[in-house]
Design a binder for this molecule. Structure first.
Ligand code: ADP
Ligand code: MG
Length: 241
């Protein structure tokens, strides 16, 4: 029997009402995402990438269609159920790292961990372990302002990993980084995917990132234009932009 998809988008439409104008952000979008896949969702600005991530992550609601997560229809969820979905299933990474400036790297991670770990000592240990995973054990006591953009983004990844979510949703995670630090961040995502089996959906307008994906989904005007499989994804070190 084929493996059940982790995520199924079924004929998803998303409209935004802007006064008299209806913006069709997504048009009849259908896509299955298998557990353990690394997908790059590629498309120009305005093609519906962020809308797609927000719907999968339960940050917004479809206009019509269905989104199944491990076979469960989250479009039928109450707001409370969606909150649980976000907290237990999803790690979000954004273009702007959204760290809390008055907390150190470790405290930023502990803050997210506090939802699942109540014991203070274990909390600190787990935060250190997560920072270690993203190669930042020696920066644990630095404040965001004392970290480079790439380091801040890796703290944001450590924070998103706090609950060990099966799915990471990354919206232009390298959009604010130079090539070298961007590569470092992509390598962390790739390692996480390969070593821990975390499913990754990474949104970008940057075609240079596409070769690292298992599958590239091209969006245009809210529809899927093309899906390409990469049987041998490129190593992150080969990417150049
Ligand atoms: N909150 C909103 N209100 C109105 N229109 C929106 C909103 N969010 C997105 N849109 C529109 O929906 C379309 C898709 O947007 P988005 O998903 O953000 O694209 P992308 O992330 O690919 O740049 C665009 O035309 C955008 O202007
Ligand atoms: Mg966007």
């Amino acid at each position: 029997m084929p493996e059940q998809p982790l995520i199924q988008l079924q004929n998803v439409n998303k409209d935004y009402q802007m006064g008299d104008v209806t913006v069709h952000a997504l048009r009849d979008l259908s896509l299955d995402i298998a557990p353990g896949e690394f997908i790059v969702l590629l498309g120009p600005s305005g093609s519906g990438k962020t809308t797609t991530l927000n719907l999968i992550g339960g940050l917004d609601r479809v206009t019509s269609g269905h989104i199944l997560v491990q076979g469960e229809d989250i479009t039928a969820y109450s707001n409370k159920q969606l909150t649980v979905h976000r907290r237990t299933q999803i790690g979000f990474i954004f273009q702007f790292f959204n760290l809390i400036p008055t907390l150190t790297a470790s405290e930023n991670v502990e803050f997210a961990l506090a939802l699942v770990e109540k014991d203070g000592k274990r909390l600190q240990q787990r935060a250190r372990a997560l920072l270690d995973m993203v190669g930042l054990a020696d920066r644990a006591d630095h404040f965001p302002s004392q970290l480079s953009g790439g380091e801040q983004q890796r703290v944001a990844i450590a924070r998103a990993l706090a609950n060990r979510p099966p799915l990471m949703l990354c919206d232009e995670p390298t959009g604010n980084l130079d090539v070298e630090t961007g590569r470092r961040v992509l390598q962390v995502m790739r390692d996480l995917n390969r070593q821990e089996g975390t499913t990754v959906v990474l949104v970008t307008h940057n075609t240079a990132i596409a070769p690292m994906a298992d599958r590239v989904v091209r969006l245009h005007s809210g529809s899927i234009k093309e899906i390409t499989e990469n049987p041998a994804p490129a190593p992150v070190s080969d990417l150049n932009w």
